[in-house]
Design a binder for this molecule. Structure first.
Ligand code: UD1
Ligand code: UDP
Length: 358
């Protein structure tokens, strides 16, 4: 069987890494096609090096652009590679424009599509990723749903049960595989002069949150409130989209927030594991906080990860400053005894087993 793994952004590289390792372990025929939707060293190559992944056979150098331009270029260039390579199956993970383009191109060429992390829905169509999720799921032949809930969603949309398999989420595999290395290799706490439970960790990059000046300003007001009342530093790994917008809107950085450039996976896992609490609008970080037993405040009104709300590791607060602060107070001292709903860290094995059955 010839497998084509398509990826393009930071979270896809991270969440595909266990699949790539499993393919290597079993000596399967596979190759990686990277769209380079992310291309900056610390959003891209750092993860290949750190996670010890083979370099992609194809780098498409698509880069940034409007949705139409970015996705359109991907369709054209992915098609050329798929025609040349003619793989048996294309694997994609998540909900980015890379995922949409990979699924659409493969489906039109009658190549089987396996969607890892299928069935997630925020039910908020202004979020570009929601469109990508729906279209990708409906183009796919293998729907690797992380949880019972996501399987139910797919069935309710008319996708045949026979195409769906509950696998857990590969992020659990990634976290478990790398947590052991963190103690040995990551020096980030020392470098930033941080102590366990004595700081908050923040990430924010969703276009709905950062592309509007008023929203971003209101979030900053919330962070100011937190710092004024709780007085712990807020460490923010700054996404390039957010950095660009802060500059464009000429926003002042509130006291107490320390911006750092995006860091590698081991450093970030270290920062997450030792934080008092995580504030984020990231999908993957809601999951990781839950797995690492760190309370999470999500700066959104909805989530496609309701399992984290159900187990109590996460709360949704939106972007109103008062609500952000109230949310932090509510969850900060929560007992960290919830169960991780995303599987036992064997998702990659389950997914590859399923592919090899056919
Ligand atoms: C993309 C995904 C989002 C995912 C996120 C992970 C879509 C629609 N969005 O959002 O689902 O959560 O990746 O981080 O697919 N930029 C750089 N260097 C890079 C990449 C981007 O400087 O390597 C800057 C550019 O100014 C670019 C902006 O960031 O215009 C946004 O990049 P883009 O890939 O369009 O979306 P993300 O916000 O990264
Ligand atoms: N991450 C990282 N370094 C950072 C910030 C995040 O390695 O400085 C990792 C994080 O551990 C998670 C992933 O990036 O696995 C989340 O990516 P992002 O928030 O960009 O995307 P999303 O999950 O929202 O699609």
């Amino acid at each position: 069987m010839k497998i084509c793994i398509i990826l393009g952004t930071r979270p896809e590289i991270i969440k595909m890494s266990p699949i790539i390792r499993e393919c290597q372990r079993r000596c399967l025929g596979f190759f990686i096609l990277h769209t380079n939707q992310h291309y900056t060293e610390n959003l891209d190559r750092i993860f290949f090096k750190e996670l010890n992944l083979p370099w992609p056979k194809y780098n498409l150098n698509i880069g940034s652009g409007t949705h139409g331009v970015q996705t359109g270029k991907m369709l054209i260039d992915i098609e050329k590679v798929l025609i040349k390579e003619n793989p048996d199956v294309v694997l994609i993970e998540g909900d980015t424009n890379t995922v949409l383009a990979g699924a659409l191109t493969a489906a039109k060429l009658h190549i089987k599509v396996g969607h890892i992390e299928a069935g997630l829905r925020s039910y908020y169509k202004d979020m570009p990723e929601e469109i990508n999720r729906i279209v990708t799921d409906h183009c796919s032949d293998y729907l690797f749903a992380p949880t019972q809930n996501t399987k139910k969603i797919l069935i309710s949309e008319g996708i045949p049960k026979t195409k769906i398999l509950i696998t857990g989420n590969t992020i659990v595999d990634t976290v478990y595989q790398n947590l052991k290395l963190v103690k040995r290799k990551s020096k980030i706490l020392k470098k930033l002069n941080l102590k366990k439970d004595k700081y908050f960790l923040l990430t924010i990059h969703r276009s709905e949150n950062v592309d509007k000046k008023e929203k971003l300003k209101e979030i900053f007001e919330g962070l100011k409130l937190i710092y004024n009342k709780i007085n712990l530093p807020i460490i923010c790994s700054i996404h390039p989209r957010t950095k660009k917008k802060i500059k464009e809107f000429k926003l002042r950085i509130p006291e107490g927030i320390k911006f750092i450039e995006p860091v590698g996976y081991l450093d970030f896992l270290n920062l997450e594991s030792n934080a008092k609490l995580i504030l984020t609008d990231s999908g993957g970080i809601q999951e990781e906080a839950c797995i690492l037993k760190v309370p999470c405040v999500t700066l959104r009104d909805n989530t496609e990860r309701p399992e984290t709300l159900e187990v109590g590791s996460n709360i949704l607060v939106g972007t109103d400053s008062e609500k952000i602060f109230i949310g932090v107070k509510k969850i900060i001292d929560k007992k960290r005894n919830w169960k991780n709903p995303f599987g036992s860290g064997k998702s990659a094995k389950i997914i590859i087993n399923e592919l090899l059955k056919t």
